[in-house]
Design a protein around this ligand. Structure first.
Ligand SMILES: Cc1ncc(COP(=O)(O)O)c(C=O)c1O
Length: 379
């Protein structure tokens, strides 16, 4: 047993996180929508060019807000990739929607846009593409189909902040987009998220839903003289202490993204020949996509090899993980009629995928250890 210890993820302060958290307390405003939350909103709006960004307590909650904003009702259908996190689907099922799981492309593991048209019915109310690993879905096709059928698009951009599709930033295509600032993401506040609102018509109601269904935001801006309950809603705004932490990370945006790019490229260069020799599939980035450098994954030839590889690394102190299980085969997915064989690509890649250690403090020496161990893995 060696001394190596390489975490899969490690949270790290990269700049003024603690100083800003102290300032948040001294500001006398540690509930939501304080000075640091406003700084985060301005940062996202400027960097992404979106009309409105609202911090939320998680990406899950940003997706829940999207479902309320789109008036999703019992019986409505929502189309999403089968290979995604439960929150992508749960947010809509909470409102009574029936999920329609679409299989993914074998190259990018994104929703297979060629299957989209056939999945649409008169009940379809939303399409929720997920930019897996921060590599853009085929948004030209998805937006064209959505426009023609007058269906809203909500981008689950949990992985994709600063990724681009054909030069346009991910999160700026759909009427709405959801970001995540969970511990594992490029930028984090531990738990956190944001709703990006590209359709200005939705802004005022989004503020109400986020503030427990009240018009409190308008009250604080002096636009109404009292605030009251006007709509559905919940408490979706994070403490300004969390926004302070997050803003310090945003300030180091270039540094973080550069480091993550170097991590990704070192894995890719170090593993390219090895992968080819052993039938391991590395991430595919189409020429017209700029990725967000969120994760590095590999597809092993079989489930048995994937499990053996994770155990082999773990025994040597390197923590790697698999990712999503096919949603249609989960207990909930089966209750909506999912069965084996419905989404063969997802069923296969879910068995084969392994994610390598990837975080903002990962060193070149640690990566070398991971790469060296992989080179020695007995296939
Ligand atoms: C694609 C996707 N959507 C949504 C989420 C939920 O994010 P959060 O933990 O911020 O709620 C995740 C979590 O990692 C995710 O991978």
């Amino acid at each position: 047993m060696s001394e190596i210890k390489v975490d899969f993820n490690r949270p790290v302060a990269v700049g003024n996180e603690f100083e800003y958290m102290r300032q948040a307390v001294e500001n006398g405003h540690i509930s939501g929508d304080g000075p640091f939350t406003r700084k985060c909103h301005a940062f996202l709006e400027q960097e992404l060019g979106v009309p409105k960004a609202l911090l939320t307590t998680s990406c899950t909650h940003a997706l829940e807000m999207a479902a309320i904003l789109l008036n999703i009702q019992p019986g409505d259908e929502v189309i999403l990739p089968d290979f995604t996190f439960v929150s992508t689907v749960n947010a809509f099922v909470l409102r009574g929607a029936r999920p329609v799981f679409l299989d993914v492309r074998p190259d990018t593991l994104n929703l297979d846009e060629s299957r989209l048209e056939a999945a649409i019915s008169p009940k379809t109310k939303a399409i929720v593409p997920v930019h897996y690993a921060g590599v853009g879905c085929e948004m030209d096709v998805i937006m064209e189909v959505a426009r023609r059928h007058e269906i809203a698009v909500v981008e689950d951009n949990a992985h994709g902040l600063f990724g681009k599709y054909k030069g346009k930033l991910l999160g700026t295509f759909g009427a709405l987009a959801a970001q995540s600032f969970h511990e594992t993401k490029n930028f984090t506040s531990g738990e956190g998220g944001a709703l990006l609102i590209n359709d200005p018509v939705l802004v005022e109601r989004a503020e109400i839903i986020r503030e427990k269904g009240t018009n409190r935001s308008r009250f604080f801006r002096g636009q109404v003289d009292k605030y009251t309950w006007v709509d559905l809603g919940s408490s979706y705004l994070p403490s300004d202490i969390l926004a302070a932490f997050l803003f310090a990370q945003f300030e180091q945006c270039d540094k973080i993204q550069l480091h993550r790019r170097q991590v990704w490229e070192m894995y890719e260069e170090g593993l390219r020949d090895w992968a080819q020799a052993h039938g391991v599939q590395l991430p595919y980035i189409p020429e017209h996509c700029e990725q967000s450098y969120h994760m590095f994954y590999m597809l092993l030839p079989t489930l048995e090899l994937r499990q053996r590889l994770i155990a082999y690394l773990r025994e040597r102190g390197v923590y790697s993980v698999f990712h999503y299980l096919p949603l249609h085969l989960s207990d909930m997915g089966q209750s909506f009629g999912g069965g084996v064989g419905d989404c063969p690509v997802t069923e296969r890649v879910s068995d084969q995928l392994v994610r390598l250690p990837f975080h903002n403090a990962l060193t070149g020496a640690e990566q070398e250890q991971v790469i060296d161990l992989l080179q020695e893995f007995p296939f």
